[in-house]
Design a protein around this ligand. Sequence first.
Ligand code: DAS
Length: 425
Amino acid sequence: MIKEGDRVKVRTEKETIEGVLMPSSETDIVVVKLDNGYNVGIDKHKIRNMKVVEEHKEKKGKKKEVKIKKGLPTIIILGTGGTIASKVDYTTGGVIAKFSPAELLELIPELGKIANIKTELIANMMSEDMMFSDYQKIAATVKKHADKVDGIIIGHGTDTLTHTSAALAFMLEKINIPVLLVGSQRSSDRGSSDGSINLICAAKFIVESDFAGVALCMHATSEDDKCAILSPTKTRKMHTSRRDAFKVINDGPIALVGYKTGKVEFLKKDYLKKSKDKVVIKDKFDDNVILLKTHTNMKHSLFEFLAKNYKAIVFEATGLGHLPTNLGKENLKNYETLKKFIKKGGIVAISSQCLFGRVHPNVYVNLRRLSEIGCVFCEDMLPETAFIKLAWLLSNYKKDAKKMLTENLRGEINKRIEFEEDYLE
Ligand code: DAS
């Protein structure tokens, strides 16, 4: 029986191909990794014959223990999956998460010179599948280790990295050490992989600085020169594949960490410092909240559905906070639906799909009409942060949720925007 990882010889009408049988996501395509590292896909219908040249043997071997170095701080790396955790194992062809300390140090030996590394696998998932229950598992694991280590790094997929960082920032009401979330835009089997540099810079920042609290550590530029320590509630993935995709919106980075130099340069002065405080977590979330991007030609039936099925709606509205509620049969009915919804205790929160700048309830009459019926304008808060925050507030601070939504709790709101870096250059 031929299995993934076996070395095979495949004969088609035109040629014979030899290599390692890899996993294939398409049923009628066979994927073979050639000796030069490239994968070729072969249409099953064109294969005349395929035979095993050499069977794959599982590498048994005892897990190598890593000896603790006296005097070095201790960092635990928690794994949740994503590209940063996955590596194609060329012998088997399978994508595996390499996560024991020994395996990780084998992959990134520099880490072992910075700190004693422990690891724990919480999940092995792509981050687009994260649920609130996963946030609760991560927070519980952080609390379990927080007073036994000098810092925590959380390996995580990049797509919703900043949703989880916002959730953790709100859940960890009191935190005494740094908790840095790290992702990788490129998988570890590619020359341009960014994961190991992000991890090394995160470890250096933990060891070199007195910072405590939740933050992200990702490439600051598309070069391999430095990483940025970024806000957990105002950062967004702004490019599908660039390594410096993570940008702080309406603010700037907390600090920069030189990869080669290890030099930490703080750009913010008012950050939480390491302490002996006990960790306090409030980890409940209300499932009855939805985040919805508004667009032209929205149907009134959707507004009716939202009002009937949700407790709170966060709109990623247009411009300064506009909704389709002003003109025409459909839209005027939307206004009435929201008015009734709010009257019955529903919450309508408004953020902007412009991302930069802030929403404003008074500039236009259309905005005033929304403010008058009780819509909450969420200042310069990111839409996804407003969604996470409101779901968290509704469960942990139920009666004050609406009021606290526009209070700055974890740096998610800037009353004044000082930092205007032009990201669109
Ligand atoms: N699917 C992406 C995720 O897990 C992979 C990645 O970018 O890490 O967010």
